[in-house]
Ligand binder design. Structure first.
Ligand code: ADP
Ligand code: MG
Ligand code: ZN
Length: 616
């Protein structure tokens, strides 16, 4: 039978507003603190961990938004340990579950998992144990399709429930419930049955990405009624962000930057390929730095020894692929340098997040060239790129359209790099559904601390054309596509779809590509254009398309509204000027990436798409 969703009125309570959850006089506080130290080896709690634990231990339904690496697992593993029964955890991927279980078993916490592709006899053993008098597991992990399809599991859960041994239900990666999220999983939709069957068991939903609409979707689908929400800003005030054009002198730039700003301090340099890691490390050694490299094709002993040297400060710079970093908790990483383009804004945010865990000022510098974009794109389409477990997670979930999603993510990263005007924090955070006031940046990113003058340009005509184009492609296409048509691309896909768009095809061929995409983004922010989601196949994967918001667009189309945007005035710094940031100040006189050693984007190359899809 199908579980039908009812739209119930939800009452959200903002947990961060309530001091009660930070209190240290709950009956479980002593036990909690002791086990956090003894079993998990933590000296203290990270932001919101104590609060979330207290709220869920008090019996409430709780929704947690916490950045990746923020420590969400502890908020249910620690309660599981000190409660008498079993905690049920729903997690999307067997590989993630296995990783968690390995850590739990290492800490002597009994845990097991059930998944459909496990041997049936093994599943039966675990189910039998659950209904035995002395259930030996503290945590039971299951994949969502188990809940949707296994009557045997539901019967065992009812059995536990009847014996009052079902402590808590945890939905990890809860954004998978929502089609608006980037990892939609149809099986998550049937999880509403849990609240129906076990209405008074506290439910804990955890995620690192949720816009307002994703949150709404999750809360509705899971059937939460009075739920307490904890969310923290994804902004990292102690990190400074800048993007620097990558030239042939990139290694000299990096050397100067480190010597001027972080001499003998600890840092990570993310490189695209294994070969790059080795080359960059060698070059830095020549410059007199204590550098080493780290990538997935080294044998485990070698990797372990590099990690050890790094944690003991015997080397202070690691040149690594994104394979380095998961589970790295060195607090005093003073800089993260991207030697080439990251694959997505999420990935970039996460990699930068490894800097400054101790709260001290740290630098995040990205060396950008358009030719790296071509390189990354090529590597993505040939599957020859190392993945962090974070990246591989999202690709596995979207297997049907891996490449398309990857390209879309990469284009957003390009758009971020080419943006010379907007606050870097604003651009990153908007991606996580967080509105950030650029004034709060206080000149801690390159764009905010630019001194060059900005000029207001009237972009009404461009805006009008873009809106008309969205209409004439029947509101069925993405921003990328609209920009391609506007700038006159003869790309295959554009040619194939030649409907009545010809009138405006190429109308913007003289508009700089960055400018056109900024106008498009602005139209999305102003809600003149709306980003909608189109479901495209059985797997439930979705793509974003643009629609016209008639109510707001008519003023523009009828000529009653002008749109002004600020652009940097075109004073280009000559190529010979150094691109190394001045001492103590992370912004350089910003150049446009040198088009001398990077191929100019050909017309058939895709345009940069909006970075605002998560704006809610
Ligand atoms: P998330 O699920 O939010 O991405 P995890 O739960 O996987 O994050 O935790 C990330 C890392 O942080 C883990 O290595 C974990 O051991 C560590 N960690 C979690 N809480 C604490 C804490 N209070 N003190 C120190 N380290 C912690
Ligand atoms: Mg997690
Ligand atoms: Zn800024």
């Amino acid at each position: 039978e199908l579980y039908v969703r009812k739209n119930v009125k939800v009452n959200y309570i903002d947990g961060s507003d309530d001091k009660k959850w930070s209190k240290k006089d709950f009956s479980w506080t002593k036990k909690l603190e002791a086990n956090n130290k003894k079993v998990f080896g933590n000296h203290s709690f990270r932001p919101n961990q104590r609060e979330v634990i207290n709220a869920t231990m008090s019996g409430n339904d709780v929704f947690v938004l916490m950045p990746t690496g923020g420590g969400k697992s502890l908020t249910y593993q620690l309660p599981a340990l000190i409660c008498p029964g079993v905690t049920l955890v729903i997690s999307p991927l067997v590989s993630l579950i296995q990783d968690q279980i390995m850590h739990l078993l290492q800490a002597n916490i009994p845990a097991a998992y059930l998944s459909s592709n496990m041997e049936w006899t093994k599943q039966q053993d675990i189910l039998r144990d659950l209904c035995s008098g002395h259930c030996s597991y503290k945590l039971l992990y299951v994949t969502p399709e188990k809940v949707a399809k296994s009557d045997a599991l539901l019967r065992q859960l009812e059995n536990l429930y009847a014996r009052e041994l079902l402590d808590r239900i945890v939905i990890d990666e809860a954004h998978c419930v929502s089609q608006w999220g980037h990892d939609f999983r149809p099986d998550y939709q049937s999880l509403g049955i849990l609240k129906q069957k076990f209405p008074n068991i506290p439910l804990l939903a955890l995620t690192a990405t949720a816009t307002a609409s994703v949150k709404e979707d999750v809360v509705q689908a899971l059937g939460l009624v009075d739920c307490i929400i904890f969310r923290q800003s994804f902004n990292r005030p102690n990190l400074r962000f800048s993007v620097i054009p990558k030239t042939k002198k990139c290694m000299e730039d990096i050397d100067t930057f480190i010597k001027d700003n972080h001499f003998d301090e600890c840092g990570i340099i993310y490189c695209l390929s294994r070969n790059d890691c080795e080359k960059v490390a060698k070059k830095l050694q020549e410059f007199g730095h204590k550098a080493a490299f780290y990538h997935a094709s080294m044998d485990p002993d070698e990797r372990a020894s590099v990690q050890k040297m790094w944690s003991k400060d015997e080397v202070n710079i690691i040149c690594a692929t994104v394979a380095f970093g998961m589970g790295i908790n060195k607090p005093d990483v003073r800089f993260v340098i991207h030697h080439s383009l990251p694959k997505s804004i999420e990935g970039y945010h996460q990699e930068c997040g490894r800097a400054g865990r101790d709260g001290q000022h740290s630098s995040c510098i990205l060396y950008y060239s358009y030719s790296d974009y071509i390189r990354v794109k090529h590597m993505l389409s040939h599957g020859s790129i190392e993945q962090s477990s974070f990246a591989s997670r999202s690709t596995t979930l979207n297997s049907g359209r891996v490449l398309e999603t990857n390209t879309e993510n990469l284009l957003r990263m390009v758009s971020y790099c080419e943006n010379e005007v907007d606050c870097r924090r604003f651009l990153q955070l908007v991606h996580f559904g967080e509105k950030f006031d650029p004034l709060s940046c206080k000149k801690t990113c390159d764009n905010c601390s630019k001194t060059h003058t900005l000029v207001d340009k009237d972009v009404t005509q461009i805006a009008k054309h873009l809106v008309e184009l969205v209409k004439s492609v029947r509101q069925e296409f993405s921003g990328t596509y609209v920009l391609e048509v506007y700038r006159g691309s003869m790309n295959q896909i554009v040619k194939k779809n030649q409907h009545d768009t010809l009138k405006l095809h190429g109308a913007g061929k003289n508009v700089a590509k960055g400018d056109a995409s900024r106008v498009l983004r602005h139209l999305v922010i102003e809600e003149i254009l709306l980003e909608d989601i189109k479901k495209s196949d059985l797997y439930g994967s979705v793509s974003s398309i643009l629609k016209v918001n008639e109510k707001k667009a008519c003023n523009l189309l009828e000529g009653q509204k002008t749109i002004m945007l600020r652009f940097p005035s075109v004073v280009r710094v000559s190529k010979s000027t150094t691109t190394t940031p001045a001492k103590g100040f992370l912004t350089s006189s910003k150049q446009t990436p040198s088009r001398v050693d990077t191929p100019a984007p050909a017309q058939s190359q895709p345009e940069v798409d909006s970075v605002y899809s998560n704006l809610s």
